[in-house]
Design a protein around this ligand. Structure first.
Ligand SMILES: [Fe+2]
Length: 333
């Protein structure tokens, strides 16, 4: 990766993703597993922009490690107005990050490993503002539609109602006090109306624990709940995941997400796979309260990705072959 390209990335990450401004305390937070060139480029971009830029490197912690950060690191986080995370550790789940957000700090985070090309191309190689405009238009269309039907060449045929449910944009940018966002974006998502979700979902992309399937996995759904899973070994693995969770709500569909980034490719990296233009992600289990859905509380959450589908809104093609319908005002990506 050329240093010059990380330089442009650093500028956009600081100014657009973190929205850091002179007068604010910007913290570049990285860990011992992340590529140090990336965090260094962000640090330089912050300094060049005249922002009070601090730098913190923490030891890498596994996702299953629930211990807290060292007190000095925690204090550095609490002192920041805006935190740009270039980090493989899920530090946003630590108490210091939660407390910083409660105080109004903004967090823009990425985990570079396995998606370095997308990290650059997904923010430097796209017209990000146009992507956001298309996202806003797509949200309007979802909000105005009664029913959504999704089909695919491998056998998906599922439909659901979504009228009245808010549509949220994952823009990748930390714009509001206390906001946490992951970049690169952009995606939009809602919670389909649970009792209307009916049909067959054939997963031919990413599946837990975050890899591409070798053979499609077929899930039958009734009233928003998976009733049957079939396929080969990965179907058994998915069934085992649900069983081991010990939580019956784990099989409840809790969000429908559409990727909108034309530079994202299906590679097996979950974040990138979910952001492929036209890729559909379904989440199961714990539901973000902002979706205003009716899925009961759940301890676990997982996502599956369908890389290429046809999406019909009230019978009109909204997206097909990873292209949005330009006639609906969704062109240009
Ligand atoms: Fe999810």
């Amino acid at each position: 990766m050329s240093k010059a390209k990380w330089k442009e990335f650093g500028n956009i990450a600081v100014k657009k993703m973190a929205q850091a401004l002179p007068g604010e305390k910007l913290l570049i937070l990285t860990d011992t597993r992340a590529d140090s060139d990336i965090a260094e480029a962000c640090r330089e971009a912050g300094i060049e922009a005249g922002i009070d830029t601090r730098f913190l490197i923490i030891p890498y912690m596994e996702p299953t490690d629930t211990s807290e950060l060292a007190p000095k690191a925690a204090q550095t986080i609490l002192d920041a107005d805006v935190i740009l995370g270039i980090c493989e550790t899920m530090f946003d789940e630590k108490a210091a990050a939660r407390q910083a957000r409660e105080k109004g700090a903004r967090l823009a985070i990425t985990s570079p490993a396995g998606m370095e090309d997308f990290l650059i191309e997904g923010i430097c190689g796209v017209d990000y503002d146009h992507m956001l405009k298309v996202a806003e238009r797509a949200c309007e269309l979802w909000a105005d539609s009664d029913t959504c039907q999704i089909t695919s060449s491998v056998g998906t045929n599922i439909s659901f109602g979504m009228k009245g449910r808010p549509v949220l944009i994952g823009d990748g940018m930390a714009t509001q006090p206390g906001e946490l966002d992951f970049f690169p974006g952009v995606s939009i998502a809602n919670a389909p109306i649970e009792e209307t979700i009916q049909g067959t979902m054939v997963v031919d992309g990413n599946i837990p624990p975050g890899k591409l399937v070798e053979a499609p996995v077929t899930c039958e759904l009734e009233k928003g709940i998976i009733t049957h899973i079939s396929g080969e070994k990965e179907a058994q693995d998915l069934e085992a995941y649900f069983a081991e969770s010990g939580d019956p709500i784990a099989k409840h569909l809790c969000h429908f997400t559409l990727g909108l980034n034309p530079r994202a490719k299906t590679t097996g990296n979950v974040h990138q796979d979910e952001h492929v233009l036209g890729a559909v992600t379904f989440g199961f289990g714990s539901q973000d309260p902002d979706f205003k859905g009716m899925v009961p509380d759940c301890k676990v959450h997982c996502d599956v990705v369908l890389p290429s589908t046809t999406i019909l809104l009230d019978g009109v093609v909204f997206c097909k072959n990873n292209r949005l319908n330009a006639d609906l005002g969704l062109g240009g990506l």
